[in-house]
Design a protein around this ligand. Structure first.
Ligand SMILES: [Zn+2]
Ligand SMILES: [Zn+2]
Length: 253
């Protein structure tokens, strides 16, 4: 392992996250994004230039707005950011002129177009939380791929819930050698096979002839299978952790 700053901390975070429900990369990327949002919203209260920067992206995307709705402790920062954005939009729309179209268009009765104004209302930058999230995903997936030859991390990964499909693909892109590739792929194949067998059992028990048989650990496999494919922080994908959204994401880290 290299000695870049923060790499040891990230390694231990990665090892620890294997023991919790769902994809560890989803969990750690979300945690890093939450920390970023916390400090950004704190700074936004104190610093007008931080608020100004956020007008280019029109604040945050719908997914991160949904996350921020759960953080009332940062509401002043949010109010100040969106005050700047809304003031800018009001100015733009108020000053915008409709393009009236050519004489021929007007003779044909075509309406004036708002396309030019619509273009000006498009965000100039991506949601900053999405950018941080993407960088965190890439960095944790790369770290996992490069550290799978470490026995401790490998065993924790092999016993954990494994990666969601998008993060498996991301780790595969960064895998350094055949041994690490094998260590990444084989536990995941075992998880998929176990889930396939649970799905068969679940589907069998849905048949009216077997309705009297109670569901066992396969009872939530339809949820676990969706979690394993789509990912999502805290979404369990093994029978051990179950399928519901884990609450421990909001616990203090
Ligand atoms: Zn994931
Ligand atoms: Zn976003």
């Amino acid at each position: 392992m290299g000695e870049q700053p923060g790499r040891h901390t990230s390694f231990y975070e990665l090892a620890e996250a294997q023991e919790q429900a769902g994809c560890p990369i989803c969990r750690l990327a979300e945690r890093r994004t939450e920390r970023y949002l916390d400090s950004l919203l704190y700074e936004a209260v104190l610093d007008a230039s931080v608020r100004e920067r956020l007008t280019a992206s029109h604040g945050f995307c719908a997914a991160h707005v949904a996350l921020l709705r759960q953080r009332p402790g940062r509401s002043l920062g949010i109010a100040l950011i969106y005050q700047s954005i809304l003031a800018r939009m009001t100015e733009l729309i108020d000053a915008g002129e409709l393009v009236r179209g050519s004489l021929r268009d007007r003779l044909r009765g075509r309406r004036a177009s708002g396309a030019t104004l619509a273009e000006r209302l498009c965000p100039q930058e991506q949601c900053p939380a999405c950018t941080i999230h993407r960088e965190a995903e890439e960095s944790y997936a790369g770290l996992l791929a490069s550290c799978l030859n470490d026995e401790r991390l490998y065993l924790a990964y092999a016993e954990g819930d494994g990666l969601c499909l998008p993060h498996l693909a991301m780790a595969l892109e960064q895998v350094p050698d055949p041994k690490a590739l094998e260590r990444l792929v084989q536990p995941q194949l075992a998880r998929y096979r176990a889930m396939l067998s649970d799905l068969s059992e679940y589907i069998r028990k849905c048949d009216h002839r077997f309705r009297s048989e109670p569901f066992g650990s396969e009872g939530d496999v339809w949820l676990r299978a969706m979690n394993a494919l789509a990912g999502g922080a805290g979404m369990g994908s093994s029978a051990k952790h179950g399928s519901r959204r884990a609450q421990d994401l909001s616990a203090p880290h």
